[in-house]
Design a protein around this ligand. Structure first.
Ligand code: F6P
Length: 327
């Protein structure tokens, strides 16, 4: 038995650009500060499958610039059940883990809260999701890159919309939140941004605004629809929107989908992921547990894990600008 603390690190939920930068930082800061760092492959599933790999500094060489996660990620059904959580705790005990650092979104943190009830090791979360929908932090790893990727795609769509004088409906990611839709919409000069936070959406009013914009001489229009709004799917949603009596219009649909999740992380994501990863290690060394490392007003903060389950609010000011910016 070693007297070095043994800390497991894993990614869970959707991958996000910058997860590798965070992993690199955790491994190297952790080892440099005297920790024994073990990667857990495939998130919670990896705990249950005992998929552990002892990390050395070279294990994370040449990954800071890569998208996805080299230690894989998963959404684990087994862990959502009480039995799975209890089993995970037993495994962590038998391998003598002292702490865990998990990189993921609200589902990942829900899992940590459950684990905390039955395992007494230190638990630290790092917000890693392109959705940026985690309460208690202004920023989540991957959001910045995803926005840039989506805006580049939108610029291309605008070229076609403009050349052919078309209306485009573009679905962006965000099952439960409109943070991606809002920032992509503002950054690409979209005419409409429809977000789950505004449900139910008044489709007649949206169709009327499209008609009015056309009447004002706008020839190309882009409507950004967050995934969480386009129910049951974007095609049905689009049909409802474009067949409002007296306000009918034709559109083209584009679904950006998973292309928003991959790719080399932006400078912002590398910077923040590195800081958050190192800070999570420092939190372990300082004896913290049951917290998420977050960023508020550009400063690293510790947020109680249970707070991460609250609803983060959208920037209403930015959203309100869309009407004026689309005149
Ligand atoms: O949470 C990140 C996210 O990309 C959401 O925006 C999206 O709704 C979801 O994951 C898609 O998940 P999956 O790749 O498992 O279908």
């Amino acid at each position: 038995m070693s007297d070095r603390k043994k800390v497991g690190v894993f990614c869970s939920g959707g991958d996000a650009p910058g997860m590798n930068a965070a992993l690199r930082s955790i491994v190297r800061r952790g080892i440099a500060q005297g920790l024994n760092i073990v990667a857990i492959h495939r998130g919670y599933k990896g705990i249950l499958d005992e998929a552990f790999e002892k990390m050395i500094p070279r294990s994370v060489g040449n990954i800071i610039q890569t998208g996805g996660t080299v230690i894989k990620t998963a959404r684990c059904e087994r862990f959502y059940k009480e039995e799975g959580v209890r089993q995970a705790a037993e495994i962590l005990k038998s391998y003598e883990f002292d702490g865990l650092i998990a990189i993921g979104g609200d589902g990942t943190f829900r899992g940590l809260l459950e684990l905390q009830k039955v395992w007494d090791g230190q638990i630290i979360g790092i917000p890693g999701t392109i959705d940026n929908d985690i309460y208690g932090t202004d920023y989540t790893i991957g959001f910045d890159t995803a926005i840039d990727t989506a805006i580049q795609a939108l610029d291309r769509i605008r070229d076609t919309a403009d050349s052919h004088e078309r209306v485009f409906i573009v679905e962006v990611m965000g099952r439960h939140s409109g943070f991606i839709a809002l920032k992509v919409g503002i950054g690409s000069g979209a005419e409409e941004i429809l977000i789950p936070e505004d449900e139910p959406i008044d489709l007649k009013a949206v169709a009327k605004r499209i008609k009015d914009a056309r009447d004002r001489g706008k020839t190309s229009l882009i409507i950004i629809v967050a995934e969480g709004v386009s129910k049951p799917d974007i095609f049905t949603f689009c049909k409802k929107l474009t067949t409002q009596p007296g306000l009918e219009f034709s559109t083209h649909i584009s679904i950006l989908g998973h292309l928003q999740r991959g790719g080399s992380p932006s400078a912002v994501d590398r910077w923040n992921a590195t800081r958050m990863g190192a800070y999570a290690v420092d939190c372990i060394l300082g004896g913290d547990s049951g917290i998420m490392v977050g960023e508020q007003n550009l400063k690293l903060v510790k947020v109680p894990l249970k707070d991460t389950q609250k609803k983060k609010s959208i920037d209403r000011y930015a959203h309100s600008l869309i009407r004026d910016l689309a005149i």
